[in-house]
Write a protein that binds this ligand. Structure first.
Ligand SMILES: [Zn+2]
Ligand SMILES: [Zn+2]
Length: 247
């Protein structure tokens, strides 16, 4: 078993609130510089920048995972991860269907751009990605799992946009593959505060919106090899794989 450092919550230029320096090539370079082995790209309500980040990582040894940070109807943020482009596309259709058609106003929210391999803008995403989707958290979780994805409520310790700030508890019907703490949260105190049993894995991640933050917080994944399926096993504490929050 080997240790792999994973930062599973990183935004790109596509997120309205992220810095325009967050281009796919620079994100990959920064992750490698920080010793990250597994990186998930998780823009708000979109997966459209994942593919180019993966292309930049080819041959570098960095595993880039397709992801998204959804904002549910109840304004809960969660990380959804997908194994391949087929399931990522399926999820993108789901997002396109449930994102309100309210145009982005760059002067208030910032730009939402998709860039190609050469950092040329190929799309200005028209609708504001920061809005809540018109669909509830549980339905998003069920759909994510139906297409074999992973579902991880984001920054659960935060006083806004978190599972506990919006619901106050983890419903038994909601199937999570783990939960993410924000960068400075302490695992033991959060477990005690919300009575989170040890069979639910907790991870930490950078939630980077600026380049210098990529890889600034990461979780150790103990795997034989870095694959999506082993990440799934580690989060769900199966077949000897596990995760550990450690410096
Ligand atoms: Zn968030
Ligand atoms: Zn985020």
């Amino acid at each position: 078993m080997k240790k792999f450092r994973a930062d599973l919550h990183v935004h790109t230029v596509l997120s309205p609130c992220a810095d325009l320096e967050m281009s796919p090539d620079k994100i990959v370079k920064q992750a490698l510089k920080r010793g990250i082995d597994i990186l998930a790209i998780t823009d708000h309500n979109s997966t459209k920048q994942c593919e180019i980040v993966k292309k930049h990582a080819e041959g570098t040894g960095l595993l880039v995972v397709n992801g998204c940070e959804i904002n549910s109807q109840e304004e809960v943020h969660a990380i959804c991860l997908f194994e391949d482009d087929y399931t990522r596309n399926k999820f993108q259709h789901f997002l396109d269907h449930y994102l309100p058609t309210i145009p982005n106003r760059p002067e208030y929210h910032g730009h939402q751009v998709v860039v190609d391999r050469n950092n040329q803008i190929t799309e200005y995403y028209p609708n504001y990605l920061g809005n809540p989707l018109m669909i509830d958290l549980e339905t998003i979780e069920k759909f994510t799992h139906q297409i074999n994805g992973l579902f991880i409520p984001a920054h659960i310790d935060r006083p806004i946009n978190s599972l506990y700030s919006q619901f106050g508890y983890l419903a038994t019907d909601l199937k999570v593959d783990g939960m993410q703490l924000s960068k400075y949260a302490d695992e033991t105190s959060i477990r005690n505060q919300y009575d989170i049993h040890s069979d639910i894995s907790l991870i930490t991640a950078s939630d980077a919106h600026y380049l210098e933050d990529v890889g600034s917080s990461a979780t150790s994944f103990y795997l034989f090899e870095p694959t999506f399926n082993e990440i799934r096993w580690a989060l769900n504490q199966k077949n000897g794989r596990f995760v550990k929050i450690e410096p």
